[in-house]
Design a protein around this ligand. Structure first.
Ligand code: DGT
Ligand code: CA
Ligand code: CA
Ligand code: ZN
Length: 574
């Protein structure tokens, strides 16, 4: 059992509690627990089994939670979740998956209109009952209708980091069995999409039947969908589907290319092959019946007159033309990143001191970090007023005075208020080393209002970066509505950077928007939005986003050494 599997059992508990009017502190404790477990760097099930670590030593895990986790690891069940769910109609949980519908609104719909399922909601909407409820305007109604349609057609996709945990574990398991020569996880995982539908694993082996046998006996397998000598499909307990294909070494590159996709990229590539008088499929590149390439991807692309294209770019967004003209970008790499520019400490909603975060960042080889706790508008997270912020900055000054070769930037995640004003006065902001401004409230305002807020922040002399610019939460909340081009124009004109927030639940900016912003001349910073030291490796996902957007090291400010980085910030250009 992997951490995300444990976390998933906890995920619904806070929502169920909230619908049942539980104490808000209890609700929050479970919400935080799910996150802590999901992001914990070591496999918790193994810690429990080996009994090497007392779980209560993990920040945010008390005795009650530790006991529940222990039960999950031994029984695979969380009885509390079952008890809570049993008190409510089953369809109510489906409602929670509709974008925009949180436990508060579900509770109102249930109590006032007896809405117990998606079908009930559709009926209540059609009867015009929903818009009469307090807090449900016409906009909300429109959103719920759209959500209802979506909830029925799109199945759940898994976040990249969860899929990665599962992918690395199954690859490790298959390798440990011997018989595997080459192995790679292809598909959207290799293209580093922010969500994954299923895993597509390829192997070469002299004993593929034995590999298939081992595969279907993997501990996470809940269901064997099919098993054959060269291809098997299983479903994991997490719901994730995994395909395993064994191919001959002479076709490995062709299969890797084919199953990496994307489908649209493959369609374009096959057309080019045809124009050159070839046939391209998962077995190779053929002239008549003769295979002219297939062992590696490189030789296939080369035979078609193309440079090898990094998987992250294979989305049929112009990369094939660039490859033909030898103009593909030199994509940024994780090793190019010299600092992390968004993270929280235990002073607000994080779990780790300044010192903890700095040590962990230093261990990753960074030269600098920005500590960006929330400003006061974010009351839930105990955001900073000017006084508390200045106290933190004093501590940071003292820390920097004694530390060589590593710098903590005095910073803040500054709320852009509903009225467009910033959450802290200019004189405080002017003392910061770095300010990232973000929107957390008033998400249902009109496009015009939200655009005005973001443009205003981008123009403000003390705002260096717009953070998590669209506000999306994957699978939970879509972007707020705003005129993205107008915000990018303001950023470019005023020297404000755009953040790529690599927290796996955000992945914000989305790749397509980041690519569009680059075309307009925007510059970027990469961050993790870490809430504990163990989150800092999320930088990998920020880099994934950047690569999918075609960004190079030069497009990103925190690839620079500290002095250069500082020089590039808006505040030093005034
Ligand atoms: P996912 O799983 O929804 O996150 O996305 P993918 O891209 O992993 O898609 P998947 O698992 O359906 O298929 C894996 C790859 O196999 C896909 O990226 C391209 C290739 N493929 C699948 N079906 C077709 C097809 O009908 N035509 C072509 N040309 N390629 C296909
Ligand atoms: Ca897939
Ligand atoms: Ca697949
Ligand atoms: Zn934020």
């Amino acid at each position: 059992m992997q951490n995300p599997d444990i976390a998933r059992l906890f995920d619904e508990v806070p929502d169920l509690l909230e619908i049942q009017n539980a104490n808000p502190f209890r609700v929050r404790a479970y919400r935080n627990a799910a996150r802590t477990i999901r992001d914990f760097p070591e496999p918790i099930a193994e810690l429990v089994r080996a009994a090497t670590k007392d779980l209560t030593e993990i920040p945010g895990i008390g005795e009650d939670l530790a006991e529940k986790i222990g039960d999950i690891v031994t029984t695979g069940e969380l009885p509390l979740r079952k008890q809570l769910a049993a008190k409510l109609p089953a369809g109510l949980l489906d409602l929670l998956r509709i974008p925009g519908l949180g436990p508060k609104r579900v509770k109102i719909l249930y109590q006032k209109l007896k809405v117990k399922s998606a079908a009930d909601l559709a009926k209540a909407l059609d009867a015009g009952k929903v818009q009469k409820l307090k807090g449900f305007g016409p906009k909300m109604e429109e959103k719920m209708r759209a959500g209802l349609g979506q909830a029925q057609v799109t199945e759940r996709r898994m976040l990249l980091n969860e899929a990665e945990t599962q992918a690395l574990a199954i690859v490790g398991y298959l390798n440990a069995g011997g018989n595997v020569r080459q192995i790679e996880v292809a598909g959207s995982y290799r293209r580093r999409r922010e969500t994954i539908g299923d895993l597509d694993i390829l192997v070469t082996s002299d004993a593929s039947a034995a590999v298939m046998d081992r595969f279907v006996r993997y501990g996470e397998v809940r269901e064997i969908v099919s098993q054959g000598e060269t291809r098997s499909t299983v479903k994991f307990r997490s719901g994730l589907q995994v395909d395993l294909r064994a191919v001959e070494p002479a076709a490995y590159g062709a299969a890797l290319q084919y199953f990496t996709g994307s489908k649209a990229h493959n369609v374009e590539l096959r057309k080019i092959a045809q124009e050159h008088g070839y046939k391209l499929n998962e077995y190779g590149l053929f002239k008549g019946t003769r295979r002219v390439a297939g062992k590696t991807e490189e030789e296939i692309y080369a035979k078609l007159g193309l440079d090898w294209i990094p998987p992250e770019l294979r989305e049929a967004r112009g990369e094939i033309t660039l490859a033909r003209e030898h103009r593909l970008p030199r994509l940024v790499a994780l090793t190019d990143i010299r600092g992390d520019l968004q993270m929280h400490t235990s002073a607000t909603d994080g779990k780790g001191t300044i010192d903890d975060m700095a040590h962990a960042a230093r261990a990753l080889g960074y030269q600098y970090i920005a500590i960006t706790d929330h400003s006061k508008r974010v009351t839930m997270a105990l955001g900073f007023d000017a006084k508390r912020l200045r106290e933190q900055w004093k501590t940071i000054d003292e820390w920097n005075a004694t530390s060589r070769g590593f710098t903590i930037l005095k910073s803040i995640e500054l709320d852009i208020l509903e009225n467009g004003k910033l959450d802290l006065p200019d004189d405080v902001l002017a003392e910061a080393d770095y300010v990232v401004a973000t929107v957390h409230y008033g998400l249902n305002q009109t496009e015009k209002e939200l655009t005005r807020r973001l443009v205003g922040a981008a123009e403000h002399p003390c705002v260096d970066t717009i953070g998590h610019p669209t506000g999306r939460m994957l699978g939970k909340r879509e972007s707020y509505r705003f005129d993205f081009d107008a915000v990018v124009r303001a950023c470019v004109a005023h020297g404000c950077a755009l953040e790529l927030d690599g927290h796996p639940e955000r992945m914000d900016l989305p790749d397509t928007l980041a690519a569009a912003a680059k075309k307009q001349g925007a510059r970027f910073v990469l961050s993790t939005d870490s809430h504990q030291p163990g989150n800092l490796p999320f930088m990998r996902y920020a880099v994934d986003l950047a690569r999918r957007a075609g960004l190079e090291s030069g497009d990103i400010l925190n690839t620079r050494p500290l002095a250069d980085f500082r020089r590039e910030l808006k505040r030093s250009k005034r």
